[in-house]
Design a protein around this ligand. Structure first.
Ligand code: NAD
Length: 416
């Protein structure tokens, strides 16, 4: 998870490709070119030994024509402005493609949370929220967890914001613990969304998923839930890898039992009844569906030609480089892009915010049912854009859907 996502220019090039395909009003492009605002902050933290350390942080707000800015906050030693800016732009397009009334944002704090004590981490988290408080709010910009941040940190965020405002506003942050307004179903949301998208794609392209072979890179939140939901659908999970190595079994792996093993040993490695496999072997193995759900830049010009999967479904953000994308397209591999495939997470974050605004909470079944509807509709919109235009792949089709919505909102608000 530590690698920066592809650079801002790459996303900009994709957007330009999609804009060209629909002869988008150049004024819309001009307004999307640069983020609306990036705030850089210094966060002084009193360390346990009494010294003071000043951390650097960012909040980038890319575009809010569709609604309040939305996006996670990562704590990472290599977080930088370009990465945060790129991820903020991706959020603008991801929210637009699934039809959420949100804009795109992202935040980052340069730190290594493993080097901080619990108290230092809490003071840093609260300090960051104080620093960005003037530009966030339930109707303005709503942060959420990302790399190395979690519900506990969201609890500190929402509490510090309440202290500053003098009133408790749950909807300022999503990804909170359920007891203070988090949503049911958030944990499995991204994996569940991936499953819905695959199910819809199979129906649209006439593919039978019963017994379809699946390889998953990354067995954390996204990869493990995606594997479980696809297994429940009748797919055969034949390979899984994490940072320590991978496992393979032609007859199929039970992802529920694999998760128990991983929780006990810290890795998927050495799961009984499987053979070891490297990450590189997993990416290029014979299978129907490959789900990169670990890091960015995994499928590159070096290995794309060796990929034997029929479909690639991007659980991670940016696992395929533009060069690899071209090679895979020539080989006839179908790539279901990140901004569509992994949008289940932000969708349930949106549901959390809606429930906070209503002060009325849904059951897990209700959340899943609503998530299914959003993902199915998003897939169909992208599929329509894909079939309507020659030479457009699903990635460009997803950007087309997003751009059409952003352009319509800009027009309706009189921006263009
Ligand atoms: P996570 O930390 O829960 O899990 C990451 C997994 O990837 C772990 O199994 C880890 O061992 C594995 N991994 C790390 N480095 C690896 C390497 N070099 N080779 C193979 N495996 C490696 O993270 P997550 O929440 O599952 O997120 C995974 C990806 O999905 C990230 O790119 C993230 O930005 C993206 N994403 C996550 C969500 C979400 O809701 N969690 C939503 C959208 C996108």
């Amino acid at each position: 998870m530590s690698q920066p996502y592809r650079h801002y220019e790459v996303v900009s090039q994709l957007v330009e490709k999609a804009a060209h395909a629909i002869s988008l009003d150049p004024k819309v492009m001009e307004l999307l070119k640069e983020p609306m605002r990036t705030l850089t902050v210094s966060i002084p933290v009193t360390m346990d030994d009494g010294s003071i350390r000043v951390f650097r942080g960012f909040r980038c707000q890319h575009n809010n024509v569709l609604g309040p800015f939305k996006g996670g906050i990562r704590f990472h030693p290599e977080a930088d402005e370009d990465e945060v800016k790129t991820l903020a732009a991706l959020m603008t397009y991801k929210c637009a493609v699934v039809g959420l009334p949100y804009g795109g944002a992202k935040g980052g704090v340069l730190c290594d949370p493993r080097e901080l004590s619990e108290g230092e981490l809490e003071r840093l988290s609260r300090g960051f929220i104080r620093a960005i408080a003037p530009i966030i709010g339930p109707d303005q910009d709503i942060p959420a967890p990302d790399v190395n941040t979690n519900p506990k940190i969201m609890g500190w965020f929402v509490d510090e914001y309440a202290v500053l405002q003098g009133r408790y506003q749950r909807g300022v942050v999503t990804g909170k613990p359920i007891i203070i307004g988090g949503s049911q179903g958030r944990d499995g949301a991204t994996g569940r969304g991936i499953m819905y998208v695959i199910r819809e794609a199979a129906a649209a392209f006439g593919v039978n998923l019963k017994g379809a072979t699946v390889a998953v890179q990354g067995f954390g939140n996204v990869g493990s839930y995606a594997a479980k939901f696809l297994y429940d659908l009748g797919c055969k999970i034949i390979a899984v890898a994490d940072i320590f190595g991978g496992v393979y079994c032609r007859d199929g792996i039970d992802p529920y039992r694999l998760k128990e093993h991983e929780m006990g040993t810290g890795s998927v490695k050495d799961f009984p009844g499987t053979a070891p496999i490297s990450n590189e072997e997993l990416l290029t193995m014979e299978c129907d569906i490959l789900i990169p759900a670990a890091l960015g830049n995994q499928l590159t010009r070096e290995n794309a030609d060796k990929v034997k999967a029929k479909w690639i479904v991007e659980g991670a953000n940016g696992p395929t480089t533009p060069e690899a994308d071209e090679i895979l397209k020539e080989k006839g591999v179908l790539v279901i892009p990140d901004i569509l495939a992994n949008a289940g997470g932000v969708t349930v974050s949106y549901f959390e915010w809606v429930q906070n605004n209503y002060n009325y909470y849904w059951s897990a079944e209700e959340v899943d049912r609503r998530l299914e509807r959003v993902m199915v509709e998003a897939f169909r919109a992208v599929k329509d854009a894909y079939t309507e235009r020659d030479g457009v792949d699903l990635r460009v089709a997803a950007y087309i859907v997003a751009l059409e919505r952003l352009a319509a909102a800009m027009k309706a608000r009189g921006w263009v």
